[in-house]
Design a protein around this ligand. Structure first.
Ligand SMILES: NC(=O)c1ccc[n+]([C@@H]2O[C@H](COP(=O)([O-])OP(=O)(O)OC[C@H]3O[C@@H](n4cnc5c(N)ncnc54)[C@H](OP(=O)(O)O)[C@@H]3O)[C@@H](O)[C@H]2O)c1
Length: 276
């Protein structure tokens, strides 16, 4: 059992049972990871877990204070972390961050393109700024991240080492949910992108994966402006034993820890009690 890092800010479920206690040892020793959306929720938990398992981790998101606090926790637990405040919708900023990561930590072999936003509303409400925000971050932000790191992944793979491109999609990619049109569209893009990228990157031994979580207890619903949708999500969070960010983090860590010839491509992870 690996030693946990200093106390994290994440909530625990009722049983205190976290999937983050399953993987043992340091299977990610020697790996260099980049996590986008690392200032909260799934990204923050994943950055911490990858570091616990031995990876050096670059944390990208916009909130500098949150990134630095997470990096300090990682360093306090004996890990290596680099906080790089970056807006991933800014292509030049992501390219600059990639240069910094390579210079400070070495060639990147694990990319978790996770930053995303969910702004659900009825299409007739014409919340076009919310549409753009989701497309710009959930799709273009991921493409900017891929642009910045795919060469590194290919080079590492050509040297015979594991290389992973992992995205965060959602069950919304496949479910038909009212008001979710644009968000679901962005996540369907990511799930299908995974299948398509594998045709090119798989033969170069770069693994491509996506996780499709159901309800995870994070800040994600806090940004929703539609009051009905906010209530729906708050109710669901109250009613069922939702996933914690650590559960998804452990899944991402597992994807990266399996032997190099094994590509877990699309993983749906739901709270057991979530019916839809
Ligand atoms: N929570 C769920 O139930 C659930 C279910 C399925 C899928 N997901 C997906 O999981 C991913 C992570 O979300 P979460 O649930 O962990 O919510 P979260 O806590 O709100 O995390 C979102 C992260 O994205 C970052 N971000 C937002 N805009 C950004 C930008 N322009 N540039 C860089 N980073 C940016 C945020 O940090 P800053 O604000 O500091 O930039 C934050 O770190 C998202 O892709 C989401 O769609 C979540």
């Amino acid at each position: 059992m690996s030693k946990p890092l200093a106390a994290s800010t994440h909530s625990r479920n009722d049983q205190g049972a976290l999937m983050s206690q399953i993987i043992t040892g340091t299977p990610l020793e020697g790996r260099v990871a980049v996590v986008t959306g690392a200032s909260s929720g799934i990204g923050e938990a994943t950055a911490e877990r990858l570091a616990q398992l031995g990876a050096k981790v670059a944390l990208l998101a916009r909130r500098k204070d949150r990134l630095e606090a997470a990096a300090e926790r990682i360093a306090g637990g004996g890990g290596a972390a680099l906080a790089l405040p970056t807006d991933v919708t800014d292509r030049a900023a992501v390219l600059a961050a990639a240069d910094r990561v390579t210079a400070d930590l070495g060639p990147v072999d694990l990319v978790f393109a996770n930053a995303g936003v969910q702004l659900i509303s009825q299409i007739g409400d014409l919340k076009v700024e919310d549409w753009s925000a989701q497309i710009d971050l959930n799709i273009k932000g991921v493409m900017n991240t891929i642009e910045a790191f795919v060469r590194s992944l290919e080079l590492v793979a050509a040297e015979g080492r594991p290389a992973d491109l992992i995205t965060t999609s959602s069950i919304a990619a496949t479910r038909v949910l009212e008001k979710f049109s644009v968000y679901s569209g962005t996540k369907a893009y990511l799930s299908h992108l995974t299948r398509l990228l594998r045709t090119e990157l798989g033969r170069k031994m770069v693994r491509v994966s996506t996780v499709e979580p159901g309800m995870v207890d994070t800040e994600l619903p806090d940004h929703v402006t539609d009051p009905d949708a906010t209530r729906l999500m708050a109710d669901l969070l109250r009613q069922i034993d939702c996933l914690q960010s650590e559960d998804v983090a452990e899944t991402v860590a597992f994807i990266a820890s399996v032997p190099r010839h094994v590509n877990l491509t699309e993983i749906t992870i739901l709270p057991t009690a979530q019916a839809v």
